[in-house]
Design a protein around this ligand. Structure first.
Ligand SMILES: Cc1cc2nc3c(=O)[nH]c(=O)nc-3n(C[C@H](O)[C@H](O)[C@H](O)COP(=O)(O)OP(=O)(O)OC[C@H]3O[C@@H](n4cnc5c(N)ncnc54)[C@H](O)[C@@H]3O)c2cc1C
Ligand code: FES
Length: 256
């Protein structure tokens, strides 16, 4: 973990409420692993820093990418940052994904998609076979399709309203369209109901599933114990022992 005063290079609108922020962060970009997150300062717009997943890190260019949905004061502040402005970042935080697998199927729901972009890039560099399934409410809400294409991936898409790809959820898409080998490892990030459904799906198929969890966070660094989830080994902190967990470890029936 480190702290760096980064410089905003780009702040792009992806659609009406999602933005992609690219910052120059030579130190943090060299440390970041897929599945880790960072705490972004909001210069007093909010009391606390905002935890945002690392959507991409490029240590050669010295850049970090964040993709976020503007839903409150903190993310609106981040969305308003102009190129050349400074942004104080603490990170990378959390454990990150375990990329030890043969082939991988990555499943993203809504704003859970961004961390899977960096995971895709890393797994491809490690020579793994990767496929991606993305879900969203409608076509306009599907994120990062162009960025996945640049990595040579055409995601299988599912939309709730049927405006693009399979009509239904990512589980519908998996059941109807996805093909994968028996030893494929699943990685997922998205809303809790999606992760819970995927935990049941993976168990029924005998597949390994690693989930990237989100929780309300205070400190983001393991101190306040405000982000715990029930696991088979007691309560664990999403910010410290997670955010990546083996789905079998999470007590899904005790959550929400
Ligand atoms: C490890 C981690 C990684 C994250 N990565 C991303 C990411 O890559 N992109 C992204 O858009 N968001 C991500 N989030 C969520 C993001 O941190 C929150 O959306 C953000 O803090 C909201 O701040 P705000 O001040 O804009 O809104 P607030 O005013 O704080 O909240 C606005 C609304 O969002 C809800 N909300 C706030 N935080 C969360 C949360 N953690 N989970 C669910 N609902 C929440 C509030 O209840 C409220 O309804 C991540 C959260 C965690 C814990
Ligand atoms: S947010 Fe404080 S311990 Fe996780």
């Amino acid at each position: 973990m480190d702290r760096e005063t980064t410089v905003v290079l780009e702040n792009l609108a992806l659609n009406s409420d999602h933005r992609m922020l690219v910052v120059e962060a030579p130190r943090l970009s060299a440390l970041a692993r897929p599945g880790q997150f960072a705490e972004l300062a909001t210069s007093g717009a909010t009391l606390l820093r905002k935890p945002i997943s690392i959507a991409m890190a490029d240590k050669e260019k010295g850049t970090l990418v964040f993709v976020f949905r503007m839903i409150g004061k903190g993310t609106e502040y981040l969305g308003s940052l102009e190129p050349s402005s400074e942004l104080d970042i603490i990170g990378p935080l959390g454990n990150g994904f375990d990329t030890n697998c043969g082939s991988a199927l990555l499943i993203g729901g809504g704003v859970g998609t961004p961390p899977l972009l960096y995971l895709t890039s890393r797994l491809r560099k490690e020579g793994k076979k990767v496929s991606v399934v993305l879900g969203a409410r409608g076509k306009g809400d599907l994120l990062l399709l162009d960025e996945f294409a640049k990595l040579g991936i055409e995601p299988l898409c599912a939309t709730d309203n049927g405006s693009f790809g399979v009509r239904g959820t990512v589980v519908t898409a998996l059941e109807e369209k996805a093909s994968f080998d028996a030893g494929t490892k699943l990685y997922a990030c998205g809303p809790w109901p999606m992760l819970k459904a995927l935990a049941a799906f993976s168990e029924s198929k005998g597949l390994e599933l690693e989930v990237l969890l989100e929780a309300y966070m205070g400190c983001g660094m393991g101190v306040c114990v405000g982000c715990t989830v029930p696991t088979t080994e007691g309560m664990k902190r999403v910010c410290k022992e997670g955010p990546a967990f083996d789905a079998k470890e999470i007590l899904w029936n005790k959550i929400r």
